[in-house]
Design a protein around this ligand. Structure first.
Ligand code: CMP
Length: 148
């Protein structure tokens, strides 16, 4: 299986409820490694730019306001099949549909306040990682040429 990198955000709801460590532990226990990590508060402009793909959706204004409402923890996760594996660990976007044992089943309140974000494809992962991190900020566990 390919070694990949994916972008994860622990959202303002989960940070506010002091669940950062527990959520990171879900990733680590599933075999993903934290290759970069920072805590920050997104500006409204950063949230709009990060979620630009959703700008025509009715939930966009709420999404931007929520994502800029408090601190987030942004990480690069690395490991075999990291993009799909992270999505599996997070569970469905709507916690009502999230399988038992997933992060969203445990920590998400609603589709709007759903604890975590994760990249949905290799292309998105590259863009989203570059949005937050310079190459030298990523402390990889594998040589660059072994990454998918
Ligand atoms: P996320 O993975 O961060 O990507 C976009 C976010 O928009 C999503 O998680 C949800 O929190 C939020 N959202 C709100 N309503 C919807 C919806 N109907 N469909 C998809 N995402 C939604």
């Amino acid at each position: 299986m390919p070694i990949e990198r994916t972008l994860s955000i622990i959202k303002p709801d989960a940070v506010a409820k002091n669940h950062v460590g527990e959520i990171v532990s879900y990733f680590e226990k599933s075999g993903l490694r934290v290759a970069a990590m920072k805590m920050m508060r997104l500006s409204k402009a950063q949230a709009e730019q990060f979620y630009a793909v959703h700008k025509e959706r009715p939930f966009f204004p709420n999404l931007v306001s929520f994502m800029s409402s408090g601190p987030v923890v942004v990480q690069v996760l690395e490991g075999e099949n990291a993009i799909a594996l992270n999505r599996q660990i997070m569970g469905a976007t709507n916690p009502k549909d999230a399988a038992a044992g997933t992060i969203r089943a445990k920590f998400a309140e609603s589709i709007d306040h759903n604890a975590v974000h994760g990249s949905d494809s290799p292309e998105t992962a590259k863009q989203e990682i570059a949005f937050f991190f310079k190459p030298e900020d990523i402390l990889s566990y594998v040589p660059e040429n072994e990454l998918a």
